[in-house]
Write a new protein. Structure first.
Length: 376
């Protein structure tokens, strides 16, 4: 009898301590259908990379798009916040923030902290995953201890709710050995010559199957996706909006993961991830174009206005780094004194560029067009 290409999990109720090491058999991904969809994903990602690389101030993309990625990735874990709550929290950045907005902001900080970590280390290691997890959860916790009986259960309220659908490996040494294998797979591109997008998809499954932490594995795995792309030079900065596709196709995402562990169905999982990269690359590409276009249009509009704003370029740059602006943002950037900053922001409200909002006794100025683009 022919040996199966992938050794599946024999019993979802018991720890999968025999989770196969990477790499997987190349017959599982060297198929016409997968390679065709891989080509589509690579083309879309390359177009996004080329477009974002020529923008002088990438802060215009970094704050806005990474905030949305953080919001949507958190929503996958049933952590919900409104755009207004999130942007207000990001504008304030003070100790009064709590609840869902702070959870989302922690994800965003993990996105950037992990990115900076890899800029220095240049390679993945076990501590990278621990670092990102600790940033997301704001904890000093690490690998799941031996005594924990961790199991993934069916959510919702249907007839199968509460049933075990997967039990990850158990034992610190086993978890660390699988993580070390994953790290080697990620870093050694000579020994494991697999296209980077396929390698990212394979590694994402492997990380979620290892499930090394008590909580936060899903968010850590989604942060990893973006960091892998920047680490391999497929993006300059982490701006790919992958979590939106996962949220919109949440059932397919989880069934894809289970399909690998229970049936060895790598095909559907890899096709799902290639579609996610292609779709979100296209969406992000168009968002960038729209943001840049409306920014240039507003700058031209402000320059022509008879009120004669001083340093309109600097003013508009600040307005497009986040949807909510406060007087202090212009002052702290060294653009204007407080009274001038307030006067300019109020004038922009009169011109219908901004909308003034009072929330909790504080004034915020909403960039209406940026808010609209990001909310779509």
């Amino acid at each position: 009898m022919q040996e199966p290409l992938y050794q599946i999990n024999p019993d979802r109720n018991y720890p999968w301590n025999d989770l196969p090491l990477l790499p997987i058999n190349e017959e599982l991904y060297q198929t016409t259908e997968i390679l065709t969809k891989l080509g589509d994903a690579k083309a879309a990602l390359a177009r996004l990379h080329g477009r974002s690389a020529i923008i002088p101030n990438q802060g215009l993309l970094i704050n806005s798009i990474s905030l949305q990625e953080a919001k949507i990735s958190s929503a996958i874990e049933n952590i919900f916040t409104t755009d207004d709550e999130l942007y207000k929290a990001f504008s304030d950045q003070n100790n009064e923030i709590s609840g869902a907005p702070i959870e989302v902001l922690r994800y965003r900080e993990a996105l950037w902290s992990g990115y900076n970590y890899l800029q220095k280390s240049r390679a993945f290691n076990q501590y990278y995953f621990i670092h990102v997890f600790q940033e997301i959860k704001q904890t000093k916790d690490g690998i799941r201890p031996d005594f924990l009986n961790t199991a993934i259960k069916q959510g919702g309220s249907g007839p199968h709710a509460g049933q075990v659908i997967y039990t990850p490996p158990k034992g610190v040494n086993i978890i660390k050995s699988r993580l070390e294998n994953l790290v080697t797979f990620l870093n050694d591109d000579e020994r494991f010559k697999i296209d980077h997008l396929l390698k990212m998809a394979i590694a994402h499954f492997q990380f979620e199957a290892i499930h090394p932490f008590r909580d936060g594995n899903g968010r850590t795995g989604r942060v990893f996706n973006i960091h892998y792309l920047t680490n391999k030079g497929l993006l300059d900065v982490p701006i790919l909006f992958l979590s939106r596709y996962v949220l919109d196709h949440k059932d397919d995402y989880y069934s894809g993961l289970m399909g690998v562990s229970q049936r060895g169905n790598w095909k559907d999982w890899l096709l799902f991830m290639m579609r996610a990269v292609e779709n979100t690359s296209n969406v992000t590409y168009h968002k960038i174009n729209e943001i840049v276009s409306v920014k240039d249009s507003i700058l031209d509009f402000v320059k022509k206005d008879k009120r004669q704003f001083r340093n309109p370029e600097g003013l508009i740059e600040i307005l497009f780094t986040q949807p909510f602006t406060k007087v202090k943002h212009l002052v702290e950037a060294g653009l204007y004194a407080e009274n001038t900053a307030r006067d300019y922001l109020n004038k922009l409200c009169e011109m219908q560029v901004l909308e003034k909002k009072e929330i909790g006794g504080h004034h915020y100025y909403l960039n209406l067009e940026l808010y609209r683009i990001l909310s779509e």
